[in-house]
Write a protein that binds this ligand. Structure first.
Ligand code: ZN
Length: 309
């Protein structure tokens, strides 16, 4: 449901006299998510009972978002804020700190989904002299890219929505079950499509695909960024390209917002094939929801690995 529709419903429920409200559905819960991926999962569980807005656009670097004034107003009045957590959204902390009445971190209107999954790369040193704001300092935050993680994430979402609207619990549970059935079918599809590529070595621009690679047995031989958010020096780039050639790495994975001239230069000099994988729902017209995101990425990656053989 759109926000305008939600506002109309809210208005309607105000003018219906007591006792007559039963015929009208209650106003949907206003939920704000930090990404389209989380929005897709909240909508899968919440259905018509939620009106969800995402703060980040899927084609932006998710770690460097400028929140617009209208979004600040949505944050302030949200029944629930759903976020990736860790140090994924440094811009959110700043926005919340400056906003009276916004969901307080750790409070009843805040859902940090990083608490629902098993994190990878938690050994990263937390403090660095050259620290960019998003350094994966508490573990790798790109955990929604392991589709198995949708199971615990939607469980946490269902629990949070149920706390806000206990009477809708059966509906949330049924909608989550239907989503998980579709997810399970997807998991079989994706596993089959990548089965012959187990052990394949790829290089990635940012450490975005750690969870995805772990799920499908891919080896990330190197990451172009020496640390998250830090571009490589010319010397580091030269040595990376030498290592890619020596190790026979044939595929370079890039995000849609990666520096295209850098991607092109690495591909040209190493002989690797560059493939654009989409890290967020909506980042490509074919990645319209959470399951379509994996259908698209698995298809693109399998095609690139096949062509590189
Ligand atoms: Zn990152």
């Amino acid at each position: 449901m759109t926000r305008a529709g939600a506002a109309l419903l809210a208005l309607a429920s105000l003018v219906v006299p007591a006792g007559g409200a039963a015929a009208l559905p209650a106003a949907p819960l206003a939920v704000v998510t930090t990404s389209r991926d989380l929005q897709a999962l909240v909508e899968a569980v919440g259905g018509e009972r939620v009106a969800v807005e995402s703060l980040a656009s899927p084609l932006q670097d998710p770690h460097a978002i400028e929140i617009k004034p209208a979004q600040l107003a949505q944050l302030k009045t949200a029944a629930l804020l759903v976020r990736v957590g860790l140090d994924h959204e440094p811009w959110l902390r700043r926005a919340l700190a400056a906003l009276d009445g916004a969901p307080a971190p750790g409070g009843p209107r805040d859902l940090d989904l990083s608490r629902s999954v098993t994190l990878l790369q938690t050994e990263t040193p937390r403090l660095r002299a050259d620290a960019a704001p998003h350094v994966h300092g508490f573990g790798n935050p790109h955990y929604w890219l392991d589709p198995e993680n949708a199971r615990p994430m939607t469980a946490a979402i269902a629990a949070a929505l149920t706390r806000l609207d206990p009477s809708a619990r059966p509906r949330f549970e049924a909608q989550r079950r239907r989503f998980l059935e579709r997810l399970d079918a997807g998991l079989l599809r994706w596993r089959a499509a990548l089965a012959s590529h187990r052990g394949a070595r790829v290089v990635t621009m940012h450490d975005t695909w750690t969870y995805f690679a772990a799920r499908y047995g891919l080896a990330i031989a190197a990451t172009v960024e020496p640390a998250p958010g830090v571009p490589p020096s010319p010397a580091a780039l030269g040595s990376l390209i030498e290592r890619m050639r020596a190790a026979g790495v044939r595929v370079l994975v890039a995000e849609p917002y990666a520096d295209p001239s850098l991607v092109h230069a690495i591909a040209a000099r190493s002989g690797a094939r560059a493939v654009a994988l989409v890290p967020s729902v909506g980042g490509d017209p074919q990645a319209g929801d959470y399951l379509a995101l994996f259908d698209l990425n698995v298809e693109r990656l399998a095609a690139a690995l096949d062509a590189a053989r």
